[in-house]
Design a protein around this ligand. Structure first.
Ligand code: G3H
Length: 496
């Protein structure tokens, strides 16, 4: 159970502690932040409201710890990460319980998130050992005018202190996707979890603590964004920020200093359906892509662009499947569970009302109870409706009927977002042409958008982000190149 057994140390009374200097601590603020259970809409947990002074201390410790960690052999760093991964998987049940209570993730998906995270940590350890163990060797006489008098040795060195800010929808998985590459590359890591998801993240961090990482190398500060948000992202001690979330990322990138940024800021992933598509496959992928975790995934299908000639049949098939989705509590492992907050539910409702006023066809009756919104397919959506462009982050999916592939590509490319997209057709040649034309970081052919498997490159264009994630890309992004040049008095090939 959460906060008990090996996790008892992380809880004091009814407030979860923050993690600094290898210890679980109470904030000197004496204040806490409440975490509201999306299902009950009552306070479920409380976390420390850390102060700016505490952030300063964490940054100092992170800087000191990183210096010796960078000198720790790579195989040893990998060994500790493997240990943390095993502990994480061993304790999947209490962590999944937190995910259910804090972010209303369906019970089975919550367990999957933790297991997937353990696998990600192990994979990163292995990948790091390989790619960080390699460097580059150059000789000077390949460049015009040079003799072979210089040997250039390049290798990757850590950046320093990485600030990781994951989103509420994957507070464990999208935290470890930043923590593991940072650590294997020899960096230290400061984690600022989302408020909803913070307790799951604190449990995850405890698994790293139990694995025996050095003091100060990993820290986790909780608190109000208004108090420590900008303070963290603008902190001079931070050498890199890896952020996943919404618009806040754009603000962060404007304020951050001259440091590498990795940002993933959502999407409006289009699903383009051609006349020759396997419509059963499309319908199954729309359900999985559009409604899993109630549409609260940046890679969710967020607009269907279907050729008019097959639209009626497709809508009917999707409707049948929507009717079978279970709606209710995450504890019961329902398909559709309450969205994360009341403000989120209100936002979704605003999009639905706008679509109604402008004449969208409702394939189901709109229904809401608290934060729980029943799955809704909106047909005949037109570009003047907000739902055609904005991401609901909820179980509401618009269908726009198109008369040409070009029309679909145009709609996709007119979006501010450019995360992923998908195209369904049996003609692979056409699929490749469409993929090239879509301005998104990834195009899936004959499957719904998705980030995983977690070692695949994952990136967004336009307002969807900066940089690329995926295990290898994240490790590379959290390092910089260092070269040593050996200068010889005479060209090296003159002897003999
Ligand atoms: O919400 C953003 C996530 O990166 C999406 O990940 O495709 O595994 O659900 P996913």
């Amino acid at each position: 159970m959460a906060g008990t057994g090996v996790f008892a140390d992380i809880l004091d009374g009814d407030v979860y502690k923050y993690y600094a200097d290898g210890e679980w601590k109470n904030s000197s603020s004496g204040k806490s932040v409440a975490i509201i259970n999306p299902t009950t809409r009552k306070t479920q947990y409380k976390v420390q409201a850390c102060t700016q002074e505490e952030v300063n201390k964490v940054m100092d410790s992170a800087k000191t710890a990183q210096k010796s960690w960078a000198k720790t052999p790579l195989w040893k760093r990998a060994e500790l990460l493997h240990k943390a991964a095993a502990i994480l998987k061993e304790h999947k049940a209490p962590i999944a319980e937190c995910l259910v209570k804090e972010i209303a993730k369906p019970a089975k998906d919550a367990v999957t998130e933790v297991v997937r995270s353990g696998d990600l940590v192990s994979y990163t350890a292995e990948e790091g050992v390989r790619i960080l163990g390699e460097g580059k060797f150059l000789v000077s006489d390949s460049f015009p005018g040079n003799q072979r008098t210089k040997y250039c040795l390049s290798s990757k060195i850590p950046l320093g202190v990485i600030l990781a800010i994951p989103p509420f929808n994957y507070p464990v998985n999208l935290a470890v996707s930043k923590i593991a590459p940072a650590l294997i590359a020899g960096n230290s890591l400061v984690l600022k979890p989302p408020t909803q998801g913070a307790v799951s993240a604190l449990h995850m961090v405890h698994c790293f603590h139990l694995a025996g990482f050095p003091k100060g190398l990993i820290s986790c500060v909780t608190g109000k964004g208004s108090e420590i948000g900008d303070f963290l992202t603008m902190h001079p001690g931070v050498n890199c920020i890896s952020f996943t979330g919404g618009d806040t990322g754009i603000a962060i990138s404007k304020k951050a200093g001259m440091i590498p940024l990795q940002m993933e800021l959502g999407g409006k992933d289009a699903c383009i359906v051609l006349e020759d598509a396997d419509l059963d496959l499309v319908a199954a992928n729309i359900i999985k892509g559009g409604f899993s975790y109630s549409g609260q995934r940046c890679t969710a299908v967020k607009v269907i662009l279907v050729m008019e000639s097959v639209a009626d049949v497709l809508v009917e098939k999707v409707k049948e499947k929507v009717a079978k989705l279970t709606v209710g509590a995450p504890e019961d492992d329902c398909d559709i569970t309450p969205v994360v907050s009341e403000s989120s539910a209100n936002f979704i409702e605003g999009l639905v009302k706008d679509a109604k006023e402008k004449g969208a066809k409702f394939c189901q009756e709109y229904k809401r109870d608290g934060n729980l919104i029943w799955p809704l397919l909106l047909d005949n959506v037109r570009p003047d409706m907000r739902i055609a462009w904005e991401e609901p982050f909820g179980p509401v999916l618009p269908v726009i009927r198109i008369n040409s592939v070009e029309e679909g590509i145009h709609h996709c490319n007119a979006s501010n977002f450019g995360l992923q997209g998908c195209v369904f057709t049996k003609d692979v040649n056409k699929a490749i042409l469409i993929s090239d034309a879509m301005e998104t970081g990834t195009v899936q052919i004959n499957s719904a958008p998705a980030r995983g498997p977690d070692h695949f490159p994952f990136q967004g264009l336009k307002d969807s982000g900066i940089g690329s994630q995926g295990v290898t890309n994240s490790i590379n992004m959290m390092t910089k190149m260092k070269t040593t040049v050996i200068n010889l008095p005479t060209p090296s090939y003159t002897m003999g």
